[in-house]
Design a protein around this ligand. Sequence first.
Ligand SMILES: *Cc1c(COP(=O)(O)O)cnc(C)c1O
Length: 406
Amino acid sequence: MLKLDFHPAGRHFLQIPGPSPVPDRILRAMSYPTIDHRGPEFGALGLQVLAGIKKIFKTEQPVVIYPASGTGAWEAALTNTLSAGDHVLMVETGHFATLWKKMAEALGLQPEFLGLPGIEGWRRGVQPEAIEQRLRQDSGHQIKAVCVVHNETSTGVTSDIAAVRRAIDAAGHPALLLVDTISGLASADYRHDEWGVDVTVSGSQKGLMLPPGISFNAVSKKALEASKHSRLPKAFWGWTEIIEMNASGYWPYTPNTNLLYGLSEALDMILGEGLDNVFARHQRLAAACRAAVNAWGLQIQCADPAVYSPVLTGVMTPAGFDADAIRKTIYENFNMSLGTGLGKMKGRMFRIGHLGEANELTLMATLAGCEMGLQQAGVKLAGSGVAAAMQQLMAQQHEQQLRKIA
Ligand SMILES: *Cc1c(COP(=O)(O)O)cnc(C)c1O
């Protein structure tokens, strides 16, 4: 057993934007005994989760499940579709976009990084016009893929993927569209087929409410076709063999059996609540969280209200206040973890996760912890964010009741 030198009472508040809290239902489902991954029960489980996960991605195409973190599924998306030296167009929306670009370089691709100066690009979504313009210049079709992050977890900005698809089509360009929705899936509206995405990358430990350890590639027909000609080396990540064996509910190697029990339970929970209700709940909580930040008089990292993330809110700390010191105070005094500022935002912001298992009262407790911690750190607040968030939540409920009557 991991030995901790203290044991605080009550639950730890894991309010980072992933891993998100794992519901008891899912933990219990994962505690079933591990079974033979070549046996008959396993095939039934495999078929069930492979069918269910398609509903979450909103696709009729194959979804490949890897026993790996999201980073593995990033690599799978690139190695299955591209060849050494290929040009790819990526967009600097934040830290995760930057890491994906570094991976592309490491794999021998030639990424071009579209971005705005300083932290400007870290405060707004992907600019589809910039993508369209760049693709129009590429008359020789050197660019083989456009890679974008749907929900930038480092900043709290959600990009408009349908608009990126329209930009590629408007330029008449054949590049594949690869999208990371590792933190967006099952929290923010996402439509793999309708938006014409070729490969969607996701992971288990964010909106799906599972522990880290499995990740996904949803694959279009065009991407599958590209995989037949792509020459980047792939063995573990190769789609072909996995998709073949998935037809009967099995994998070429040992899959993550207990996490798949958890996935089955998560699918029941999410589809039982209804995807649209899940998305609406995230939007309501995010709006209440922003009401709190505004009432504190602090800046929200996302500078464009049209692309506020429903998954997390980035809070910029005033000059002279180290965001990580505030996070430390909150951790020590209130047993709550908040997300750190990543990359360019190190020390300048903290991130409040409100995804997955989140509800009104978990959000209120989270905001109370933030408000107390900010005050203890000496930050001058303009007003009570907790009070503003409560008002916002009550107004939302009032509105919902009126809608029911009408
Ligand atoms: C969490 C995350 C990743 C990395 O996933 P790992 O599971 O840590 O490998 C990549 N992109 C985004 C947008 C993420 O939120």
